[in-house]
Write a protein that binds this ligand. Structure first.
Ligand SMILES: [Zn+2]
Length: 100
């Protein structure tokens, strides 16, 4: 319960470096992120493909989003520098916002 407040509650459940380095494995095992929903407040794990990262011109316009598997609502949360690192490092698709 000593989590910081950087970007909320996103956490890496299974970071890439945790994955066993198998030479014969298919691809690298999926990175899992734990997030929770601001609508129904449930907590769940998502793989990189379920998340989207949008990087804007400033940290104010940088956020990540996903669809809650529990209630189906779209969830969008601000992504701090650290979160951006976690997400990009985990292979989350990134959208670069232009304009402004
Ligand atoms: Zn939800």
């Amino acid at each position: 319960m000593s989590e910081g407040t950087d970007g909320g509650t996103l956490r890496v459940v299974r970071p890439p470096e945790d994955a066993p380095a198998t030479a014969d494995g298919p691809a690298a095992p999926a990175v899992l992120f734990r997030a929770n929903c601001t609508h129904c407040r449930s907590s769940f794990e998502l793989d990189a493909g379920a998340l989207r990262l949008a990087i804007g011109a400033s940290s104010r316009t940088t956020f990540y989003s996903f669809t809650c598997p529990e209630c189906g609502e779209a969830v969008r949360k601000p992504a701090g520098e650290r979160i951006v690192e976690l997400l990009t490092g985990g292979g989350v698709p990134t959208i670069r916002l232009t304009g402004r």
